[in-house]
Design a protein around this ligand. Structure first.
Ligand SMILES: Nc1ncnc2c1ncn2[C@@H]1O[C@H](COP(=O)(O)OP(=O)(O)O)[C@@H](O)[C@H]1O
Ligand SMILES: [Mg+2]
Length: 276
């Protein structure tokens, strides 16, 4: 493996574009006793490829659920594209439709075809009548076909989701999210169960989409090596705390958090995760 040196830099962001996610001292819990996330501070620039890495149960999925408004913090503040998540507010609900969320189980309807699964992504844009009767306008059907081609599934439009391979299912889930015309893509361990080659194909697909549209991708990963390879920033979560925020610059890992861990501890964590 390539030798990577550690350096510390000040904790300000080097990219000065608009912030799309801001979390300030956020804590949240599922029960009254334990915090699933504890005093998280996090700031993500628009267009970033952001990775969240950590052991099982550390709070990664909970963090994504806060970012799509499925969960509300018990303490602290969160802004998603400068809006406080509030499902009772029309403006927030509208913005929510531009967050493509891919859960760990992908959320595909297995008895529907590739095209039918993908076109679901445009439902929020349709009128109530159109969406009730699933009456998809011609322009949306051609948009879905265009996106299916972009994700490399041309010719498989009519195949049922349950017949697809693991990699193909992930392509459908990405296509459905892209059909939403998303500003933010949240993906929970989308490549964790894939072999290395297929995982990279899926990561390249997301990187390609990021080049085409101004998309912020926030992805939970199991593999630190893969995260560092693709992401501008990697947040490391441990027991509900963000212990580190790192990125690769040239041949160095830069610690943007100037955190509470020593270089040795960071490197230990890095090598541990690459073994998985
Ligand atoms: N629905 C839930 N009810 C109660 N506790 C939960 C629930 N979901 C997650 N937790 C707890 O919150 C913590 C963080 O979980 P999670 O965010 O799913 O971790 P990760 O995605 O990193 O594996 C864990 O201790 C987990 O047991
Ligand atoms: Mg999880």
């Amino acid at each position: 493996m390539k030798q990577i040196q550690m350096t510390n830099t000040p904790s300000f962001s080097l990219i000065s574009t608009k912030k799309i996610i801001q979390m300030n001292d956020v804590s949240t819990s599922y029960d009254s006793k334990n915090f699933a996330l504890d005093h998280i501070n996090l700031s993500i620039d628009r267009g970033t490829n952001y990775a969240i890495v950590g052991q099982s149960g550390s709070g990664k999925s909970t963090l994504l659920k806060l970012m799509n408004g499925m969960m509300i913090p018990s303490n602290g503040t969160i802004k998603i594209d400068y809006m406080t998540p509030n499902m009772n507010e029309k403006k927030f609900k509208k913005m929510m439709h531009t967050i493509g969320y891919i859960p760990q189980n992908l959320g595909l309807v297995k008895n529907l075809t590739v095209l039918e699964n993908v076109i679901i992504g445009c439902l929020p844009r349709l009128s109530k009548i159109q969406s009730m009767f699933k009456k998809f306008p011609e322009n949306e059907v051609s948009e879905a076909k265009k996106i299916i081609k972009q994700v490399g599934l041309s010719g498989k439009e009519d195949r049922k989701a349950y017949m697809l391979s693991g990699g193909e299912k992930r392509r459908v889930a990405i296509a459905r999210a892209l059909m939403q015309k998303p500003k933010i893509l949240l993906a929970d361990e989308i490549v964790s169960e894939l072999d290395h080659v297929t995982a990279r194909e899926i990561m390249d697909l997301i990187a390609d989409a990021q080049k085409r549209i101004n998309l912020t991708a926030i992805m939970v990963h199991h593999d630190m090596q893969l995260a560092l390879e693709y992401a501008n920033r990697v947040a490391v979560i441990k027991e509900g705390n963000k212990v580190l925020e790192i990125g690769v610059e040239g041949d160095k890992i830069v610690d943007f958090q100037t955190g509470n861990m020593t270089t040795e501890e960071i490197m230990e964590m890095y090598s541990d995760d690459t073994k998985k």
